[in-house]
Design a protein around this ligand. Structure first.
Ligand code: FE
Ligand code: FE
Ligand code: MG
Length: 164
């Protein structure tokens, strides 16, 4: 933990760490939802869907890494026990109980829309107060916006194909 780096944060650092831990729980649950979705998914254009889900799983894991590093920089501790993910999460977890492509895509689109809301809110809260967290949240938000669009285009393509 760097003392000057923490001193320049113009907001309640423990509140910020809590918000980041909530996002951290979201990222792990999103990672697992994508990773498992890629294993069980069935239906049209399965190979393209698996490729996209796998890519997104890797991105979510990278986001978890970024958020954990920032929590540690701020002198906090990332959630140590996965049991606590459910207590902290904003976006929850959607089990792929119906593994057909459209259902998996819809579940993950919902998750991305929640993630966009979460990072938009972190951006608003840290704006002008913590440029380092702000910059991190912006990088992650850019990925989440891309993820939502990727999944919605895939779903659109599958729907067009199914109508023929
Ligand atoms: Fe993410
Ligand atoms: Fe995402
Ligand atoms: Mg993608």
């Amino acid at each position: 933990m760097g003392t000057k780096g923490i001193e320049i944060v113009g907001m309640d650092v423990s509140e910020l760490i809590k918000l980041l831990n909530k996002a951290f729980a979201d990222e792990w649950l999103a990672y697992y939802q994508y990773w498992l979705g890629a294993k069980v998914v069935k239906g049209p254009m399965k190979e393209s869907v698996i490729a996209e889900l796998t890519e997104h799983a890797n991105d979510e894991l990278r986001h978890a890494d970024m958020v954990a590093n920032r929590i540690i920089q701020l002198g906090g501790e990332p959630i140590l026990n996965p049991k606590e993910w459910y207590d902290f999460t904003n976006c929850g977890y959607d089990a792929p109980t119906d593994p057909v492509v459209y259902e998996i895509l819809k579940q993950n689109i919902k998750g991305e829309q929640c993630a966009i809301t979460v990072y938009q809110s972190i951006l608003e809260i840290t704006h002008g107060k913590d440029p380092v967290t702000y910059n991190m949240a912006l990088q992650i938000l850019e990925d989440e916006v891309e993820h939502e669009e990727d999944l919605q285009s895939l779903l659109e393509d599958i729907e067009i194909m199914m109508k023929k």
